[in-house]
Design a binder for this molecule. Structure first.
Ligand code: ZN
Length: 304
């Protein structure tokens, strides 16, 4: 990849599918994952190993992971919440390359999400991450509510970086910063990533924006301008978060890819193929998805 190459990790099969009110049939999930795997994407989060009673939408995660035919060149990641999740994932060790672990940067959100204090989460992840590394897995740690918390308000960047440093010390090779409830603004994001580059020198930094208030792509540009070259997004703008209720999802992969290509960046992703996957998701879900490029189509400069 060239200096202008940007990494995009597709998270729709996890972040998206888990937030759908209806449970998507396993066959549909497998087909959608396989469509995405043939778009030129190099990274994809395929599912998560959470308890089925907590997230029934992903109860068939192991089956999807076992069945989906994904080309060798796509780095497959799975989300694991704890050691038990890692143990379950390791039963399918040959089916994936990376694990993602997560916690929130605000106490109230972490409590609401995993019913633990941040310190308890960190101590748990300090056992999960080294075990994942020993199993030969690449390890990504995602810090949710990095830019603001719906319960606590502002979250100091220093606090986010301190949490990230603990996870890097434990062995995480990449840190994702999540704007889980879409509170970030571009000026804040720019300053955040400039500081993050100093605080976490040498660590791959990834931005995970939600389009809750329509600012997801503006935030992505701000992160780009501050040197961030890695993003997570969700095809069709799938995904969301229970807070605030009814909120839209992650930035749409096709909107991000369209914008990056128009700006002269390379992603290696075939935009038309992503749109095809999103169209198929629309058919499966039986409702229009939030993606803009899905409605308008790719930019065509011959248009009047
Ligand atoms: Zn998300």
């Amino acid at each position: 990849m060239t200096a202008t190459a940007i990494h995009v990790r597709e998270v729709g099969p996890r972040d998206g599918f888990q937030n759908e009110p209806e449970i998507i049939a396993t066959d549909d999930k497998v087909r959608l994952v396989e469509l995405l795997a043939r778009t030129g994407l190099r990274r994809m989060e395929v599912t998560s190993f959470v308890r089925a009673d907590v997230i029934p939408q992903l109860a068939d995660g192991p089956e999807v992971l076992a069945r989906a035919e994904i080309p060798e060149e796509v780095a497959v990641s799975v989300l694991v919440p704890n050691e038990r999740g890692l143990d379950k994932a390791l039963e399918l060790r040959d089916r994936f390359d990376e694990v993602s672990v997560f916690l929130s940067a605000s106490e109230a959100h972490n409590r609401a999400n995993v019913n633990r204090s941040i310190e308890e989460s960190l101590q748990g992840l300090e056992r999960v991450v080294p075990r994942a590394r020993e199993a030969g897995l690449r390890c990504v740690a995602v810090v949710a509510t990095s830019f603001g918390c719906p319960y606590e308000g502002a979250v100091a960047p220093e606090r986010v970086f301190a949490i990230a440093c603990r996870l890097v010390d434990a062995g995480a090779q990449e840190i994702g910063f999540g704007d889980t409830t879409g509170m970030a603004n571009p000026r804040q994001v720019r300053s955040f990533f400039e500081q993050a580059a100093d605080a976490l020198d040498g660590v791959q930094l990834t931005a995970h924006f939600h389009n809750t208030r329509g600012q997801g792509l503006a935030n992505a540009v701000a992160a780009l301008d501050a040197g961030c070259a890695s993003f997570e997004s969700s095809f069709g703008e799938l995904g969301g978060c229970p807070v605030p209720a009814g909120a839209t999802g992650n930035i749409a992969t096709e909107d991000l890819v369209s914008m990056l290509h128009e700006m002269g960046y390379e992603t290696g992703i075939d935009l038309g193929a992503v749109l095809e996957a999103s169209r198929e998701a629309q058919r499966v879900l039986g409702r229009p998805l939030g993606s803009h490029t899905l409605v308008a189509g790719p930019v065509d400069w011959r248009d009047g």
